[in-house]
Design a protein around this ligand. Structure first.
Ligand SMILES: [Zn+2]
Length: 74
């Protein structure tokens, strides 16, 4: 993945949202297999900006969010 991309608007909006939020239209689910437990965490890549998201699906509710793994510092 590209490091320190500049998120597009859709990714910037999704960042930090609850995991129950649906992925935006430019996100594609990465191939499963490299994640030990695909039900606990899904990884997505944005076709527009190259942003990589982790959608956390287990654990305490405040941690079940969309995390951007390669967002640049603001
Ligand atoms: Zn994006």
């Amino acid at each position: 993945m590209k490091l320190w991309i500049q998120p597009c608007d859709a990714c910037a909006q999704l960042y930090g949202e609850p995991a129950s939020t649906e992925p935006h239209e430019k996100l594609t689910l990465n191939g499963v297999g490299f994640v030990k437990d695909a039900t606990a965490e899904q990884h997505f890549t944005c076709a527009r900006c190259g942003g990589v998201f982790a959608r956390i699906l287990t654990g305490p509710a405040p941690r079940q969010i969309w995390m951007m793994l390669n967002a640049g510092q603001h």
